[in-house]
Design a protein. Structure first.
Length: 319
């Protein structure tokens, strides 16, 4: 076996401690498929960005692992399922970047993109399987130049794919296609694509200009964030703000990026997922608790948002 490849395998095997819920322990290499995951034979020159290992990983049964500090940065995109990720001393919240001394787990869902700098330790537990994700172990002297722009003070990056440049998905697919290739030209292509990906992440993480929401939009958003369980008919909002429902919908969509009802239902489904994981309320009771009294409508909205029904979500979630 190529020495470079053997070194990467040894580092990953030593840095990960795996266990399935059934109690069976695994090392890193036994947790990946040789058809979908690649340990690269050639290392890129230090002045290039490169990938030492990467590919698609799927956990079909519940899995837990801890990851020690690695000499690689990690770029990952969740494709299906949900999982809880703790970064040493830091809390990640999907779609929002925040830091905390708490190590309480946060759920990572399909569409989330994660970037961890070199020497980051973490732990992970599946919350809903099958859990599938693409992951790349990155090398290169220039990684440290990107870290401040991508991670800022929080020390990591995690955002929903929907909030990022749509080209990112295509670049990640292209990186996957190049993983089996070790020729010099492919190494240059990989480096160029990684620069585009990391530049895009850095740009999306940059503070936005001081954009102040119109007062009525800010009040509507606060209402939907804190009182999502209540009905908010447009006629009532129209009377409350003294603004036509057409303008309310137009201004909210333009400022927030989503129509009011879609934003409101997104908050309701997020709350429903929490209740399904943490309580024994019936599906009907969960729907009522988040403001959707019609159970059939609630089930349809939940499935449209998550891809599965509330019952399936509860059955496949870990507590």
């Amino acid at each position: 076996m190529n020495q470079e490849k053997q070194t990467v395998i040894s580092i990953l095997n030593e840095s990960y401690s795996f266990s399935s819920i059934s109690g069976k322990n695994n090392d890193f290499i036994s947790s990946v498929s040789s058809d979908m995951f690649f340990f690269r034979e050639s290392a890129a020159a230090s002045h290039l960005l490169g990938i030492s290992a990467g590919g698609e990983i799927t956990y079909t049964i519940p899995v837990r692992y801890t990851q020690a500090r690695l000499p690689y940065a990690i770029l990952s995109c969740v494709k299906s399922g949900e999982g809880s990720l703790n970064i040493e001393g830091t809390q990640i919240s999907s779609g929002d970047v925040s830091s905390s001394d708490s190590k309480a787990p946060c759920i990572l869902s399909a569409g989330d993109i994660l970037f961890l700098p070199c020497n980051t330790a973490c732990s992970f537990t599946t919350a809903r399987t099958p859990f599938t994700y693409d992951i790349f172990y990155l090398t290169g002297d220039l990684l440290s130049d990107y870290d401040p722009f991508i991670c800022g003070e929080s020390g990591f990056f995690c955002r929903s794919h929907s909030e990022l440049d749509g080209v990112l998905g295509q670049l990640i697919d292209s990186l996957l296609a190049y993983l089996p290739k070790d020729d010099s030209l492919s190494l240059l292509h990989i480096s160029a694509m990684l620069h585009l990906v990391l530049s895009s992440l850095g740009q999306s993480a940059a503070p936005e200009p001081n954009t102040v929401l119109p007062t009525h939009v800010a009040q509507m958003k606060a209402l939907f964030d804190t009182a999502y369980q209540n009905p908010h008919p447009l006629a009532e909002l129209e009377a409350t703000f003294g603004i036509s429902r057409y303008r309310l919908c137009h201004d909210f969509s333009k400022s927030v990026g989503q129509p009011p009802l879609q934003y409101l239902n997104q908050n309701r489904i997020r709350a429903a997922r929490h209740l399904l994981r943490s309580t024994s309320l019936t599906i009907h009771e969960v729907g009522i608790a988040v403001g959707i009294e019609n159970t059939t409508h609630f089930i349809n909205l939940f499935k449209k948002s998550t891809g599965i029904t509330p019952l399936q979500f509860r059955q496949t979630s870990l507590y």
